[in-house]
Design a protein. Structure first.
Length: 645
C-alpha cells in the first residue's frame, strides 16, 4: 500500500486541528472537519474529471495543495489552539470507562474485518466498486457505456472517496474503510446530538453504545455499501439543525447545513426522504423567527446542496433526461390509508425476531411465525392482500417475516426497535420529559421520516438495510430518555446487554466472518470477492486464465441477467500487464457513450439463463465465435469467452 494513501487522512487531521482552534467542542469540530473533507473529495473529483485528469499524479498534486492550504490556515490559528480531551477521563465512572472501552473493542473488530476482507457486497460487485474501476480507467467520472445503469445514475459520493484511496494506494485495501470511518463519525455525532437534546454524560455514552451495537450497522461498518456513509451526513444535518434551532441561522450553521444536506444527497437517495422532515422543521422555525427574511438562509442552504450535486445532476440529466436518473420501480403503485398502514406494519415486521436477538430461542419459541400470522390476519381484516403486488418489490413478490440474520442485506434490529418503542412510550407518559420541546420535535421528525419511507417504497427484505440511518438517529433519543427516566442500574443493564449481544455480528458476518473455516483470516483475498456468488469463482478464474493465455490486451464484457463485474477486474489487474476493459453491445441509454473505435480481442459474456447462450457475437460488424464456456449456478447460467476466428 502506497504511503501516499495517507494524504487525504493527513488533510483531515489538519482540518480537525483548524476547527479545534475555532470550536470549544471537539466533537463539533470533528463534524465540521468531516464536512470540509467531504466537499474537498467532491471538488477534486469533479474538477479533475472535467479534463479527464483523474489520475494518480494529479490526485496527489491536489491533495498536496489541500494539505498546504490547511497547514497555512492552521498556523494562522496556532496561537489560539486548544488542548482537548475526548472525554475527561477523571470524571468518568468505572462503568462508563468500561462502556467506552467496549465500544472501542467493537469498532476495532469491525475495523479489522474492513481492512482484511476484500469488498464483496453483492451491490458493490455489480456497481459500487465496478464504477470505481471504470472511472479510474477513464480518468473521469463521466457516464460511460454499461450494461448496468446503476453504475451511472446512483448517487456517487461514497465511491468518490473510495476512488481516491484506490488510486493512491494502488488497490482496494482501503475501500471498506469509508463505511468504517463513517461509523466512527456517526458514533461521535450521536453523542453530540444526545448532548444537544439534554442528555447527561451517562445518556451520551448510552447513545454511543446503542449506535455501535446496531446489528445492521456492525455488518455494514466493514463493507463498501453506503448506508453508513449517508447516515453520517444525516447525523451532521440533524445536529446542525438542532444547533440552528437553538442558536440561530448564523453563517457557520447555514454553511454546515448546506454541506451536510448536499453530501447526504450525493451519497444516497434515501437522504431526500430522511432529511425532508428536518428541512420542514427548519422552515417552520425560520418562518417563526425570521419572518420574510427566512428565504436568505434557506436559499443559501439549497444553493450549497445544489452546487455539491451539480456535476452528478448534470450527467444524469444529459443521459436520462432526469437529474435522478432512471426510475428503479421500487415505489408503491397505489396510495391510501390502508395501504399506508400495511406498509408501516410490514416494515416494522422486518425487525421482529426479538427472541433470537436476545439468544432465548432455546427457552422461548421464536415469534417470527406468530408475527407473520398476525400481519396476515390484520391484512384480512383490512381487506388487503399482504402480498399485494402494488406494494411489493419485484424481487420479493411474497411477504414473510424474516428471522435473525448475519447478512448486511437482511439483518434486522429487533432489540433496538424495542428500545425505541420503550423510549417513545416513556417520553409521552412522563410529563417532565415530554415538556422538552426540542426532544419532541426531534422524535416527530424521525417518525415522519420513517412514515414517509413506508408511504413511498414497496416492501422487500433488504429494506431493513435502508432503515439504518433512522436507527442511528434514534440512538440519541434513547440515550436521553433512558438517562432521564430510568435509574443508572437500568441504563447500565441496557448498555451491558447491547454490548454482550453485539459480538455475534462482529465475529460472524455472513460474507466476511472472523471465525470459522471460511474466516477472512484463513482464506485468500481473491476468494473474498466471491463470498456472495461462490458459484462464479471457478468459471471466472478459468475465463480469465483462458483470455490471458491468448495475450489479449482489450476485453469486451456483456451481461444478461447478471452484472457481477468487479471480481473480473480484480482478477485481470493481478496481471501486471494490465488490460483495457469495456462493455459492448449495450442496449440502454448509455449506448450513446460506446467507444466506436474499441475492438476487443476477446469478449467475456456472463449469462444467468443458460438457454440464452450464443455460439457467436456480432459487434461493429465484427463476428466473434465462442472459444470457451463453463456453466455456473447449478448449470442454469454460463460464462463464455468469444474471440475472432
Amino acid at each position: 500500500m502506497s504511503v501516499l494513501a495517507t494524504l487525504p487522512i493527513i488533510s483531515a487531521i489538519l482540518g480537525f486541528l483548524i476547527f479545534q482552534s475555532i470550536h470549544s467542542n471537539w466533537r463539533e469540530a470533528l463534524l465540521s472537519t468531516l464536512l470540509v473533507w467531504g466537499i474537498t473529495v467532491t471538488a477534486i473529483t469533479e474538477f479533475l474529471s472535467i479534463f479527464r485528469l483523474l489520475k494518480f499524479e494529479w490526485i496527489v498534486v491536489l491533495w498536496l495543495v489541500a494539505i498546504a492550504l490547511f497547514t497555512s490556515i492552521y498556523w494562522r490559528f496556532y496561537k489560539k489552539r486548544k488542548i482537548f480531551n475526548l472525554f475527561s477521563l477523571s470524571k468518568l465512572s468505572l462503568f462508563q470507562l468500561l462502556s467506552l472501552s467496549s465500544v472501542a473493542l467493537i469498532v476495532t473488530g469491525i475495523g479489522i474485518v474492513a481492512i482484511v476482507a476484500a469488498p464483496n457486497h453483492s451491490d458493490s460487485m455489480e456497481y459500487h466498486m465496478s464504477r470505481v474501476v471504470h472511472w479510474i480507467q477513464n480518468s473521469s467520472v463521466a457516464h460511460y457505456s454499461t450494461h448496468t445503469p446503476f453504475q451511472l445514475f446512483q448517487n456517487p459520493w461514497s465511491e468518490f472517496a473510495i476512488l481516491h484511496f484506490q488510486v493512491l494506494s494502488g488497490g482496494d485495501r482501503f475501500a471498506n474503510l469509508i463505511q468504517w470511518g463513517s461509523m466512527l463519525g456517526s458514533l461521535v455525532g450521536v453523542s453530540l446530538i444526545a448532548s444537544q437534546l439534554g442528555a447527561n454524560r451517562q445518556g451520551q455514552i448510552l447513545a454511543t453504545v446503542v449506535c455501535a451495537t446496531i446489528p445492521m450497522g456492525i455488518l455494514q461498518g466493514s463493507s463498501t455499501n453506503n448506508d453508513y456513509v449517508v447516515a453520517l451526513w444525516l447525523v451532521c444535518f440533524a445536529y446542525f439543525t438542532l444547533l440552528t434551532v437553538e442558536r440561530g441561522a448564523n453563517r457557520a450553521n447555514v454553511y454546515r447545513l448546506g454541506a451536510s444536506l448536499g453530501l447526504a444527497i450525493l451519497t444516497k437517495g434515501t437522504a431526500y426522504i430522511y432529511a425532508f422532515p428536518f428541512c420542514l422543521w427548519l422552515a417552520f422555525w425560520g418562518i417563526k423567527n425570521l419572518r420574510w427574511q427566512v428565504w436568505k438562509p434557506i436559499g443559501f442552504v439549497l444553493a450549497i446542496a445544489l452546487a455539491i450535486n451539480l456535476g452528478h445532476y448534470t450527467r444524469n440529466l444529459l443521459m436520462f433526461a432526469s437529474p435522478l436518473g432512471e426510475s428503479t420501480q421500487e415505489t408503491n403503485q397505489d396510495f391510501g390509508l390502508i395501504i399506508f398502514i400495511s406498509s408501516v406494519t410490514k416494515n416494522l415486521a422486518l425487525h421482529s425476531d426479538i427472541v433470537r436477538n436476545l439468544g432465548l430461542q432455546k427457552i422461548i419459541t421464536p415469534m417470527t411465525g406468530v408475527v407473520n400470522k398476525i400481519v396476515e390476519i390484520c391484512h384480512i381484516f383490512w381487506g388487503l392482500d399482504v402480498s399485494d403486488p402494488r406494494t411489493m418489490s419485484l424481487q420479493y413478490p411474497k411477504f414473510f417475516v424474516p428471522g435473525l440474520s448475519m447478512n448486511e442485506d437482511t439483518a434486522g434490529n429487533p432489540l433496538h426497535l424495542l428500545l425505541i418503542f420503550i423510549s417513545a412510550a416513556v417520553f409521552f407518559v412522563n410529563q417532565k420529559i415530554k415538556n422538552k420541546f426540542c426532544l419532541l420535535g426531534y422524535f416527530l421528525v424521525l417518525l415522519a421520516g420513517f412514515l414517509l419511507f413506508c408511504f413511498l417504497f414497496t416492501w422487500s427484505l433488504p429494506r431493513c438495510r435502508l432503515h439504518l440511518p433512522l436507527f442511528i438517529l434514534f440512538a440519541p433519543f434513547i440515550g436521553v430518555v433512558f438517562s432521564k427516566y430510568f435509574n443508572y442500574r437500568v441504563t447500565n443493564f441496557v448498555a451491558v446487554l447491547l454490548i454482550f449481544l453485539s459480538h455475534s455480528w462482529v465475529l460472524n458476518n455472513e460474507t466476511r466472518p472472523l471465525l470459522g473455516s471460511s474466516s477472512i483470516l484463513k482464506t485468500p483475498r481473491t476468494e473474498h470477492y466471491f463470498n456472495t456468488q461462490p458459484q462464479l469463482k471457478g468459471p471466472y478464474l478459468d475465463a480469465v486464465n483462458f483470455v490471458e493465455e491468448k495475450n489479449c490486451s482489450t476485453l469486451g464484457l456483456t451481461f444478461e441477467g447478471s452484472s457481477f463485474e468487479y471480481p473480473l477486474w480484480q482478477l485481470f489487474q493481478q496481471d501486471s500487464k494490465g488490460i483495457l476493459i469495456k462493455h459492448i453491445n449495450v442496449d440502454n441509454e448509455s449506448a450513446v457513450k460506446a467507444d466506436g473505435q474499441f475492438q476487443p480481442c476477446a469478449i467475456i459474456a456472463v449469462t444467468r439463463n443458460r438457454e440464452q447462450q450464443k455460439r457467436e457475437l456480432v459487434t461493429r460488424n465484427e463476428v466473434y465465435n465462442q472459444a470457451w464456456s463453463k456453466d455456473w449456478s447449478n448449470d442454469k447460467g454460463v460464462v463464455q469467452v468469444f474471440s475472432q476466428p
